[in-house]
Design a protein around this ligand. Sequence first.
Ligand SMILES: C[S@@+](CC[C@H](N)C(=O)[O-])C[C@H]1O[C@@H](n2cnc3c(N)ncnc32)[C@H](O)[C@@H]1O
Length: 254
Amino acid sequence: MSSSSESARYEREEAVARTFDAWVRDGKATGMERRHKRLAERMLERLDLPPDSRMLDLGCGDGWTARLVARSLTAGAVFGLDVSMEMVSLARELSAELENTLFAPGAAEEIPWAEDYFTHVLSIESAYYWTDTDLAAKEIFRVTAYGGSFHILINYYEENPHSAGWDHETGLPLHRLSTEQWARLFRDAGFEEVVTDQIPDDSPISPGKPPEEMARRQGLQAVGALYVTGRKPALPESARAQRAGAVNPFRVLR
Ligand SMILES: C[S@@+](CC[C@H](N)C(=O)[O-])C[C@H]1O[C@@H](n2cnc3c(N)ncnc32)[C@H](O)[C@@H]1O
């Protein structure tokens, strides 16, 4: 990547970080759990996570998904990554009692972790903010364990007309890709069995909104969120023996 496109990426990343830092200061961060939880639960039901899973939560926000998952992992752990330092600080504070969570500032485009490690990479309502989706998909592929999977959930995508104005509302240049474009991105990064689905959202909508906003929310939830998943191919048998003695870097979390 040229240094000018790299600096453009960092500038955009900083703008996203500033926006979400402000969400924390304005008390908006913790509201995301209420808005996204029902959808996240419906996605997690499909994962059927083994108790020793090693999960990466990309764009973890205040860390509520990481905590939800970490509590169910008796022998596993969750690493939450977010470009907003304020989100990371809040996630650390709210997760202090959990030994199997770790949060760090950083970007999906430059994941600070070793390759072939996470059994599951998950990301909720974050992918359309990423500055470089191609680079992020490649990074996700790099850090996913052989035979591991990724799981992306987003409401902002071409086939859901009710989210179309979100870029104006946030003031950020969001990626409005189609279902097929998201799938292709991950196939191009190397993932197999890439499939998509739309998950309707049956969360209750808080009353008191203007009728227009209420109708938009109802429409958004009825069309549902886009779910994209895929698997990194398993390591060939011939290469498995060579890796058998490798050190497990997840010990830092225990
Ligand atoms: C709408 S919030 C969702 C947070 C959380 N996943 C949830 O469902 O509550 C999007 C989050 O993605 C983070 N984010 C945006 N771009 C990112 C990137 N390139 N790398 C890592 N995190 C990013 C933001 O800072 C923000 O905390």
